[in-house]
Each structure stands twice: as C-alpha cells, then as structure tokens.
Design a binder for this molecule. Structure first.
Ligand code: FES
Ligand code: FES
Length: 167
C-alpha cells in the first residue's frame, strides 16, 4: 500500500491505496464519489472524466498514486442541488442527455474545453468532446448545451469552477 494525500472536491483526504489502484476506483470505492462512472475501463468512452489540477483526464487512465498532492474535481464538486454549474444547467435545460451515463464525463470535458476556448464554434465543440462517447443523443443537444453554457459563462463574472470545488 502507498499513502497518498489528495484534495477532492475541496476536501482533503489521506489514504492508503494499492499502487495499481486506478483513480476512478479510488474515487468511487474509497471516497464514495459514484457520480464519476466507468463506461469502458479502456480509455475510450470518457465517462470517467474528472479534472486533475484543473485539466480534464480520464480517471481510468490515471493511477490514484499519480494524484498524490493534487487537486481533483469530480462532477460532484462543481455545483449543488440548489446551484448548478452553468454547464449542468445547460445540459438540463437543453436536454443534453438521455440515459445520462456519459453526462458526468461530458460535463467535465466541456468545462475544460471552455477554459481553453471560451466561445467555441459547433465544430470546435464537437472536436473538443470527441474523446467522450454518447450512445443516446446524437450529440446535437450536447453541442447546443455547451454553447449555451459558454454564453452564460462569458456573460457572468463567476469563474467556471467557482462553485465550491476550489475552496
Ligand atoms: S471508463 Fe474511462 S474512458 Fe471509459
Ligand atoms: S445520454 Fe446515454 S450515453 Fe449519453
């Protein structure tokens, strides 16, 4: 076992993990962060996407020990029931999901996309989320949701991730 210290969704954790433990399994099984899901376990689907020190990563491709000393943000750290992150709100309002399995990863990837490109074209959104697969929606409403969130976030003084994760 290896000791790690990590901040997840604004809280500090010290835990012992096996060196082979993947970050997604540490988040789900040791911390109970089950909002981050496993779709493929082979780095293809993006359902497990979280932010590691602010960058979107597929948490099934990262060992928990690699997060030692890092800040991790999951879908559970970006908003609350009473105050959704603008990206969550846009997915909800524009029906950017059907079964919802891809949604946590889509939202985390999309927030990272807007950090690099605050006002993406439709093609740029599609390119930005190409590592995240959705089996249900045809992507149309997902793309619209990302563009609506971009408009809202560009018109707001609130930082994209100011809703609790970085406190
Ligand atoms: S579960 Fe990580 S990419 Fe599919
Ligand atoms: S909404 Fe079902 S996989 Fe995307």
């Amino acid at each position: 076992m290896t000791a790690i210290n990590v901040r997840v969704d604004g809280a500090s954790y010290s835990d012992d993990v096996e060196p082979r433990t993947l970050l997604v399994h540490y988040l789900r099984e040791q911390l109970g962060k089950v909002g981050t899901v496993v779709g493929c376990d082979t780095s293809n689907c993006g359902a497990c996407t979280v932010h590691l020190d602010g960058e979107a990563v597929k948490s099934c491709t990262v060992f928990a020990v690699q997060a030692d000393g890092c800040e991790v943000t999951t879908i559970e750290g970006i908003g609350t029931d009473g105050r959704l992150h603008p990206m969550q709100k846009a997915f909800h309002e524009l029906h950017g999901l059907q079964c919802g399995y891809c949604t946590p990863g889509m939202i985390m990837a999309s927030i990272d996309l807007l950090r690099d490109n605050p006002n993406p074209s439709e093609d740029e959104v599609r390119e930005g989320i190409e590592g995240n697969l959705c089996r249900c929606t045809g992507y149309q409403n997902i793309v619209r949701a990302v563009q609506q969130a971009a408009s809202e976030m560009n018109g707001s003084a609130a930082a994209p991730e100011a809703l609790g994760a970085q406190s």
